[in-house]
Design a protein around this ligand. Structure first.
Ligand code: NAD
Length: 269
């Protein structure tokens, strides 16, 4: 939807984006800022955040309020400090719990090391819990009448993966379950929760993991109805919709952005 200068889609909103230094988080930062939101970019990597911030300033030389904060989403004290930072701006309106990892040692039930299971769940699941919890507390402190929380899951939470990554798959299933429950619990307060379910993407998270292994790539590409990986910007456009008041009656959904991947029984020709 096109926006006019007087009708920006997120005008006046205060947003936090985790995992904002790369991929989906960075593209979403650019769209949110372009649509008038004040954005706090959070990430575990300070150098990556600095590079990302410079990139946003190149694209949008004069954005609304735009700041960065180092935050490990698996640590509640970090998440609390991040949210308190936005309290000083007037409280959180939009929380995008997006940070996540897929570890190279994640495997099947036999070979996944317990420490990889725990690491994956601490970031991908507890990170979403802490982000949701502190966003709600901020919205309540500031007596918000509406709020939008978007949690990044994955299509593997819907269809599973025949190339095993058990800890990751389980963690994303938990994100869907958490999101659904919170959506109902907080609906009367006006706080909406939706889960984003991306297909495999052209971002560092997956592309670094695939590397130059042609067979590993082929295992995935053969299933894409559109014949390609998704792009981070295509996810960001969906997040923008979920964040804005345009989606005011969209709550508790598994919002799938996958080029049709999960709708097929056989592989496309
Ligand atoms: P990305 O690797 O490009 O970006 C993820 C960001 O999260 C990085 O900047 C990283 O530094 C940050 N991060 C990692 N651990 C963190 C922590 N503990 N605290 C704070 N930040 C942390 O990945 P992306 O593809 O943009 O992934 C974003 C989300 O999308 C993830 O939750 C991922 O699981 C999910 N997802 C990705 C794909 C894909 O194919 N790339 C598919 C489905 C779902």
């Amino acid at each position: 939807m096109a926006s006019t200068k007087r009708g920006l889609r997120l005008e006046g909103k205060k947003a936090i984006i985790t995992g904002a230094a790369g991929g989906i988080g960075l593209e979403t930062t650019i769209l949110f800022a372009r649509e008038g939101a004040a954005v706090l970019m959070a990430d575990i990597s300070e150098p990556a955040l600095a590079t990302a911030l410079a990139k946003v300033h190149t694209i949008l030389p004069d954005p609304p309020r735009l700041e960065t904060i180092k935050c490990d989403v698996s640590k509640e004290s970090d998440v609390e400090a991040m949210v308190k930072h936005v309290d000083s701006w007037g409280g959180v309106d939009i929380m995008f719990n997006n940070a996540g990892i897929m570890h190279g040692d994640d495997a099947d039930a036999i070979d996944t090391p317990e420490k990889i299971w725990d690491l994956t769940h601490n970031i991908n699941v507890k990170g979403v819990w802490f982000g949701s919890k502190h966003a709600v507390l901020s919205m309540r402190r500031h007596e918000k009448k509406v709020g939008s929380i978007i949690n990044t899951a994955s299509v593997v939470a819907l269809v599973g993966s025949a190339t095993p990554q058990l800890a990751y798959t389980a963690s994303k299933g938990a994100v869907l379950a958490i999101t659904r429950e919170l959506a109902i619990v907080h609906a009367k307060e006006g706080f909406r929760f939706n889960a984003l379910c991306p297909a495999p993407l052209n971002t560092a998270l997956l592309q670094d993991w695939l590397g130059d292994d042609a067979a590993k790539r082929h295992r995935r590409e053969i299933h894409f109805p559109s014949g390609r990986f998704g792009e981070a910007i295509e996810q960001a456009q969906a997040v923008l919709f979920l964040a804005s008041d345009e989606s005011s009656f969209v709550n508790g959904t598994d919002f799938v952005v996958d080029g049709g991947l999960t709708r097929a029984y056989v592989t496309a020709q």
